[in-house]
Design a binder for this molecule. Structure first.
Ligand code: CS2
Ligand code: MN
Length: 346
């Protein structure tokens, strides 16, 4: 396992200098943030990113994410142009030596929460998801703005986009995903870049939009769409783990070699379809983090792993879920468990 950390580029207050000082840290997960969704990423820009990271004694392990244009998810005739650009990006990433690309196939909205700074008993703040609040929310009102959401929509653009999804069922989304995979996976194999889809977060439909990367059964269906190891998973414990039906250690053991990237996050299920993000240690949430890591160890996982969202602690402010302190604590906690597993191996 290689311990990695997400870095949002030059504007991130969590600098590479700081990340480098986290014990056990070897790699960076990042992206190029100033290229509009759908355009190809030039090799020079990728090399520039890689150079910056390496100058700090770290390696560029994963690109998270190369976003998928909505026309691809919608299956519009214009998708082929965007798929060609996506292939070009994969080729360029391969040329730069990037081995893993994380992406997701969630219509319109990436990860969603109802509150970004919910105060927990210990005085820290965390991201939470309350089913009733989200059900009452109007995604067009702009009342919530999440770090993963595309905010570049012009007036009415978002509304029109949501309308286009009215006629798309889950099966329609599956078809569009299959079309996309059949195009890109051969290029990924050729470029030696492993594609790793991130599960939907939360793993159920929101705002009436279809979501399909949600369960063990659907992950299996996904992997069979193109049964090639370059078509793999980002296994995010926190995304899948908010549904009691998803047994994460079991999923890790089942899909083992098809998992190319591990996101470790603990979550506390507060009631059905409601949850709080918790500190990483098992005791604070609903997931058994040791069991999950034991499963990774058993399947011989040697890929990148990162602590996922953290709480805001010690007065830190910044991008919700992506401060330094709690994620650094998470990383060292995970690293400690891993060291124990390695050293006690019979
Ligand atoms: C989130 C997402 O759970 C997570 O890792 O922070 O933003 C995630 O990075 C994307 O959905 C991956 O495409
Ligand atoms: Mn994740």
């Amino acid at each position: 396992m290689k311990m990695t950390f997400r870095w949002y580029g030059d504007d991130d207050p969590v600098t590479l200098e700081k990340i480098r000082q986290i014990p056990g840290m070897v790699g960076i997960v990042s992206a190029i943030y100033d290229i509009p969704v759908g355009e190809a990423w030039p090799l020079e820009k990728i090399m520039e990113l890689k150079g910056k990271i390496e100058a700090h004694g770290l390696t560029l392990e994963v690109i998270e994410s190369v976003p998928v244009h909505e026309d691809i998810k919608l299956g519009l005739p214009t998708r082929d142009k965007y798929i060609d650009n996506y292939k070009k990006t994969i080729e360029n990433l391969g040329k730069a030596g990037v081995k893993v690309v994380c992406y997701n196939f969630m219509p319109v909205f990436d990860w969603t929460r109802s509150e970004l700074d919910h105060r927990l008993d210990d005085g820290s703040t965390a991201l939470i998801y309350d089913r009733e609040t989200v059900e009452k929310m109007n995604p067009l009102s702009g009342e919530l703005n999440l770090p993963g959401w595309d905010t570049s929509y012009e007036e009415n653009e978002l509304e029109d986009l949501l309308k286009q999804y009215n006629n798309l069922s889950e099966e329609g989304l599956w078809n569009n995903l299959e079309y996309f995979l059949k195009e890109i996976i051969p290029v990924a194999e050729e470029s030696n870049v492993k594609m790793a889809i991130h599960p939907d977060d939360p793993p159920w439909s929101i705002f009436g939009l279809p979501r399909i990367i949600t369960s063990e059964e659907n992950l299996e269906r996904f992997l069979k769409l193109v049964d090639n190891s370059y078509n793999g998973l980002t296994l995010c414990s926190g995304s899948l783990g908010v549904s009691k039906d998803n047994d994460i250690p079991r999923i890790v053991r089942k899909f083992g070699k098809r998992i190319h990237f591990a996101h470790m996050r603990n979550v506390k299920i507060t009631e059905d379809k409601s949850f709080e993000e918790a500190a990483h240690p098992s005791k604070y949430g609903s997931l058994d983090m040791v069991e999950i890591l034991r499963a990774y160890h058993e399947v011989g996982f040697d890929g990148p792993m990162r602590p996922d969202h953290g709480r805001m602690i010690w007065g830190e402010t910044g991008k919700p879920g992506y401060g330094l302190f709690d994620r650094a604590l998470g990383a060292t906690y995970l690293y400690g468990i891993w060291e124990t597993l390695v050293k006690t191996k019979k």
